[in-house]
Design a protein around this ligand. Structure first.
Ligand SMILES: [Zn+2]
Ligand SMILES: [Zn+2]
Length: 336
């Protein structure tokens, strides 16, 4: 079928809207007509990493309407309004225990630029395109997805729901699934992009008592306060560790880094209270030095997370509920 996509031909070239051929959905696949997509840092980082001359279609926060579903697909039918998230196999040991973002086939299913059998879902003027990004490649009018990465929420506003497929899920999931702060906790969020803002909103929804946003943009810090931060710190001018200790009576019980900047990660660890926990999501510099005497002596935990440990089918409907005026949040965990 002919459709259109925003195609990248290299790190330094702009996206161009081109006619492409999308393959027919296989028995286990779903053809989705996209009506909205978010854009995530990973789209641009992957664009920058692919060599010039490889036509590629990115996008992994798609939402739209099901046009057709293969014979083996259950629970999804034409006309369903769906949100697309990361792909997973659904059957490996980690998927079977609800840890889908650590699927044993995560790389092959999300970042290979092909289906697992090596075939492309999109073909353009130069032949097969690097596609199937996160099991979708949503910078297009249509996408081939699978039952494993399609979420069917009730009454979703697709424009609102699309970014929940990755960025918002990652920020909110890191709070509700990984860090799990309570009303008496203090959470510091480093970075006020979409992921950080989602973490702040999730913390506010859970009723976390102290939520500190640390960022570099005054406008973003103002927005952070509007969406739930109880305090904001300008990382460029303030003694961040000292101020956090002041605001949290000696140290934060929880911290979340969305920057990947080594000095920020180091500050985040230092600003923790004894037995505090820090979660990392940003793939910045590969190596960061931290004071292990501080970690060991105070029983601090640092851990990484992919997609906020979220199972999209659990978390995305919950986030949409939270977005609905008048609904109240309750603590939750990712199950299957
Ligand atoms: Zn799996
Ligand atoms: Zn993403």
């Amino acid at each position: 079928m002919r459709t259109q996509a925003a195609v990248s031909h290299g790190p330094d070239t702009a996206f161009t809207i081109e006619d492409v051929e999308i393959s027919d959905p296989r028995p286990d696949e779903i053809l989705v007509r996209l009506t909205a997509t978010g854009i995530c840092h990973t789209d641009l980082a992957t664009k920058a990493a692919l060599p010039t001359g490889v036509p590629a279609v990115f996008g992994h926060e798609g939402a739209g309407v099901v046009e057709s579903a293969g014979a083996d697909v259950s629970g999804v039918k034409p006309g369903d309004r769906v949100v697309l998230s990361y792909n997973s196999c659904g059957i490996c040991a980690r998927c079977a225990t609800g840890r889908r973002s650590y699927c044993e086939r995560f790389e092959a299913l999300n970042a290979a630029g092909r289906r697992p059998d090596g075939s492309a879902t999109l073909t353009g003027r130069d032949g097969d395109e690097w596609s199937s990004f996160f099991g979708q490649s949503s910078f297009a009018r249509h996408a081939i997805a699978t039952r494993e990465n399609v979420v069917v929420p009730e009454d979703a506003d697709l424009l609102t729901a699309a970014p929940m497929g990755c960025g918002f899920q990652t920020g909110a999931g890191s709070v509700v699934n990984v860090l799990r702060p309570g009303p008496d906790s203090s959470l510091v969020v480093f970075g006020t992009g979409g992921v950080g803002m989602a973490a702040i909103m999730a913390a506010a929804a859970l009723g976390v008592g102290t939520v500190v946003a640390v960022g570099l943009s005054p406008q973003r810090l103002t927005l952070a306060a509007e969406v739930g931060a109880t305090h904001t710190l300008d990382g460029a001018v303030e003694d961040v560790v000292g101020r956090i200790r002041d605001l949290t009576s000696g140290g934060a019980t929880h911290a979340f880094d969305t920057t990947g900047v080594p000095s920020v990660v180091r500050d985040a660890a230092l600003a923790l209270a004894p037995l505090g926990s820090l979660a990392l999501v940003a793939l910045g510099t590969a190596e960061v030095s931290v004071d292990i005497r501080d970690l060991i002596g105070h029983g601090k935990t640092i851990r990484g997370t992919i997609e906020g440990d979220a199972n999209p089918r659990d978390l995305i409907p919950r986030l949409l509920d939270w977005h609905t005026p008048g609904t109240r949040a309750s603590p939750c965990s990712s199950s299957r």
